[in-house]
Design a binder for this molecule. Sequence first.
Ligand code: SF4
Ligand code: SF4
Length: 342
Amino acid sequence: MSFDLDANIVKEKANELGADLVGIVSADTLNEFPPDPKWPQTPDRISPHVKSVIVISKRIPVGAFRSKSNIPVQYMDMLVLRAMDKVGYRLTEWLESQGYPAFVTAAQETDWSYKKASYGRLSTRHLGIEAGLGTFGLEVNILTPEFGPRVYLTGILTEATIEADERITEQVCIGESCSRCLYSCPSDAVRHFGIDKRECATEAQEFGFATILKFWGQFINESEEKKRDLLRDREIFGFWQGLLRVVGSFGDCPRCLAVCPVGNDYHAFLSDIQKVIPEKTPEKVEKAKGFKEARKNGDPVDGLNDWNVRWVGPEGYKGMVARQLQAFKKEQREKEEAAAKK
Ligand code: SF4
Ligand code: SF4
């Protein structure tokens, strides 16, 4: 099969523009395997002309995950998203200069006609997995071997045919025997390769849409005096700040990202500070044990059903993180030895 553009050249260009990871998937594959066939988040529904999707990812620098509060991560998230959008935009310009129409999907936009919850026109985590950048974690973030879940992704849709990447079929997530994301979750939203989005939103979208609805729903029934008080409430300031900088609207809770031991960024900078998880409770430990048993016994699990296992990694966990850690330690040792010889 011949392609309009050489995949290596496209990837080099994306890297040159600032992408940390790049993968390519054909629109046909995305149309064939929507995350939920009942609510197809597919390129087809956006444009029938799209042939390929270039998926780019920017990592979240880890320094903020070492701080005392969540605030620095929230701000870094916004900077990463802006930087990523810029890379995506420049790549569309380049693709069009090569003769192929292209546009970027909004990475963080909700299509209200889908399930009345936060579902975008495309699911960027599924895009990333289909483009060979990672697989699902227990909390259904995409886990990249390089940076674990500490990444953002977006897709550039183009009418150029470009050779697609292979999916990673080995499970990147350590799985039930790790469950660190589950232990860290303040709202106990982590399911068995699934997430309770509403529970997660209570922490991750402190000033998000649900909070806005709740606030104004109560406000309209209050007395005039109480209304005047409420107008000076912290929530109003949160909404304002959200409009201004998006901070508070989403991505507010970084706990499951901070504690995930996948990725050399974790081994290099987070393993010391994130080793102990203060939110871990005996109840959560029991829950993780239940997940482990269910997996061992082959019990029916929604997140691992025949359709969803494609994105979890059908081969199961084969020790990728342990292998990475060994290689990382070896590299560190060699660096130290080389430095000592100087
Ligand atoms: S913390 Fe552990 S269980 Fe959770 S996503 Fe990361 S590797 Fe998987
Ligand atoms: S973002 Fe926070 S609340 Fe949501 S699943 Fe992760 S740890 Fe839980």
